[in-house]
Design a protein around this ligand. Sequence first.
Ligand SMILES: Nc1ncnc2c1ncn2[C@@H]1O[C@H](COP(=O)(O)OP(=O)(O)OP(=O)(O)O)[C@@H](O)[C@H]1O
Length: 233
Amino acid sequence: MDELLEIQNVTKRFGSRQALNEVSFRLGAGTITGLLGSNGSGKSTLMKLIAGLSRPSSGRISVIGVPVGMDSKSLVSFMPDVPVTESWMKVGDALRFQQDFYPDFDQSKALRMLEFMKLRTEDKVRTLSKGMNERLQLTLALSRRARLYLLDEPIGGVDPVARTKILNALMEFYEEDSSILLSTHLVTDIERIFDEVIFLKDGEIVLHHSVEALRQERGKSIDELFREVFAEC
Ligand SMILES: Nc1ncnc2c1ncn2[C@@H]1O[C@H](COP(=O)(O)OP(=O)(O)OP(=O)(O)O)[C@@H](O)[C@H]1O
């Protein structure tokens, strides 16, 4: 497995609050990894550090050997947990903005994804439901030609039908030489897409394992393990 992401002893403090404590892990190319943790466990903070939107208090992060910074921007596509679109936009405007901003944006892939997602370029962003908006945000993120996709809560707060549609889109449009790190606290339904899972608790990694090995060794679903580890959170 080729190394794609390497995180070494990363700590992040906000004043006296420690959001991440000595986090270290590696991800290989061609994997979908679930970053699982309860509210406030540090998932978004870690995603922002990998995306280069914030700097660690200490530690190192690199993507295919490139330290996170200006040079890693073209390697990483980030879907934050808040929409990147403006309410005045139509879906087509959102695509044009993304294309202007990122030279690696693949317009034809975006149009294919829109069709799959049942979105139209003339739809107004402010009239989209939460689930439809999440489909749009996912389209914007996955249509970049990147090596690592960071998806922060792409199914947060949508109903099970919308969730299935979003997960199917992920599997359909995922390029297999890239990797996905997807954060969520909604483990039911989604665990089928993961190759690996990382459990993040109070800013520390408490488990990082292949899903297949976990199921075989512990005889439990990821959802059951998640409930055990986070029972008191
Ligand atoms: N800009 C900030 N200033 C101060 N504290 C912050 C900031 N961002 C995050 N934190 C704190 O860091 C901790 C981790 O927050 P983070 O948003 O990374 O958690 P999360 O796992 O993504 O949670 P959720 O599932 O609720 O989105 C929390 O205690 C949070 O209050």
